[in-house]
Write a protein that binds this ligand. Structure first.
Ligand code: PLP
Length: 384
């Protein structure tokens, strides 16, 4: 039996989403068509838009469906860069590649704001960078980090400070939304918020960009007038329906799993068996879904394979894209030594996670690190 502990990569479809999508599979109609089937498809899309908006306390008309958070982030960054709305980007050192690559692709100067050993960005660093910046600025700082679960900084404070300096703000709320109470207001009403369905129990390949009323957004994908002419192309109705159903069900489902309790058991079990394991960002405000363990000794790949052979599915520090494990820029930014970053594992919990998953993981962990406790224990060994 497989124990799936890689929910930050993707979490299983919620039954509510699956049922809604199954119904939508048999329904006909392009939401842009005028006839009854088209109008019914439009109604399904708009109902889902209401649900996604409700999840984060936004207005439905401010929700733009995209093919996922990567596209949503790209759209927001392109909008900021267009018509010289911003002339420079400030991004945290722990942003997802979707943000890093998008800001780089604009060709505008990018200042990377450092984080401390817990993955936290100091408000003073942000304010100093905002003060230093010449010309209009775009700020991209995520809500919670996908590798460590750490909230780098209070997003509401980022939005407030940025606004004082006339900057535009993008908040990648992908890993927090649906799992923890997150609303547009609690994020400080940033100009752009990116969401992804498959991280909260909806299908992959659908996401949303939520745009603050009054913020300009030039389309990247042009064609028909879909999504208020902000993102052309026939809507992915089945994906959108699944996203809507997941948005409705996720908060209760994640809350019912009592993840803080599972996470505490998991982490206590790990530190008991491997006392020199350091939980990245362990002292910082952090998602209950995410535990990233850094310790030197075995490469992440060796551990992943060892665990996989026992039916335990986790991921290396950085969720590997295209099957390759790369050194985590997040752990490097937090000051972890290369040997520790290369050995880091991410264990992530989701709405279906249970005590038995933690039990089986800990049993496999014991097999993987049989001489635990006899090795030289030190935090220093995993830090630069
Ligand atoms: N941002 C964060 C923090 C993520 O974890 C991910 C997915 O791994 C993305 C953005 C990209 O989301 P999507 O898979 O919907 O493109």
């Amino acid at each position: 039996m497989t124990v799936y502990l890689d929910h930050n990569a993707t979490t299983p479809l919620l039954p509510e989403a699956k049922a809604a999508m199954a119904r939508a599979l048999d329904a006909l109609g392009n939401p842009s068509s005028v006839h009854a089937s088209g109008r019914a498809a439009r109604a399904r899309v708009e109902a889902a838009r209401e649900s996604v908006a409700r999840l984060v306390g936004a207005r439905a008309r401010d929700v733009i469906f995209t093919s996922g958070a990567t596209e949503a982030i790209g759209l927001a960054v392109a909008a900021m860069a267009s018509a010289s709305q911003v002339q420079r980007f400030l991004v945290s050192a722990v942003e997802h590649d979707a943000v890093r690559a998008s800001v780089e692709a604009t060709g505008l100067p990018v200042e990377v704001l450092p984080v401390d050993g817990d993955g936290r960005l100091s408000p003073d660093t942000l304010v100093a960078a905002l003060r230093r910046a010449e010309g209009p600025v775009g700020v991209a700082i995520m809500a919670a980090n996908n590798e460590t679960g750490v909230w780098p900084i209070d997003p509401a404070m980022v939005a407030e400070r940025a606004r004082e300096h006339g900057a535009l703000v993008l908040c990648d709320a992908v890993q927090a939304a649906g799992k923890e109470p997150v609303s547009i207001a609690s994020l400080g009403t940033p100009d752009f918020v990116a969401l992804s369905a498959h991280k909260l129990g909806g299908p992959a390949g659908i996401g949303a960009l939520i745009v603050r009323p009054g913020t300009r957004l030039a389309p990247v994908q042009r064609g028909g007038g879909q999504e208020q002419s902000r993102r052309a192309g026939t809507e992915n109705v089945i994906g959108i329906v699944g996203f809507g159903a997941a948005a409705e069900a996720a908060p209760a489902r994640f809350a019912a799993a009592n993840l803080p309790k599972l996470q505490a058991r998991l982490e206590a079990g790990i530190t008991e068996r491997t006392p020199d394991a350091v939980i990245a960002g362990g002292e910082a405000p952090r998602l209950a879904t995410t535990t990233c363990i850094a310790q030197s000794g075995k490469s992440a790949e060796v551990q992943l394979i060892g665990l996989d052979l026992k039916g335990i599915e986790v991921s290396a520090g950085a969720a590997c894209s295209s099957g390759k494990v790369r050194r985590s820029h997040v752990l490097s930014a937090m000051g972890f030594a290369p040997e520790a970053a290369d050995a880091a594992l991410r264990i992530s919990l989701g709405w279906p996670s249970q005590d038995t998953d933690v039990d089986q993981f800990l049993k496999a962990w014991e097999d993987l690190w049989p001489r635990a406790g006899t090795r030289r224990s030190s935090l220093a060994a995993v830090r630069h």
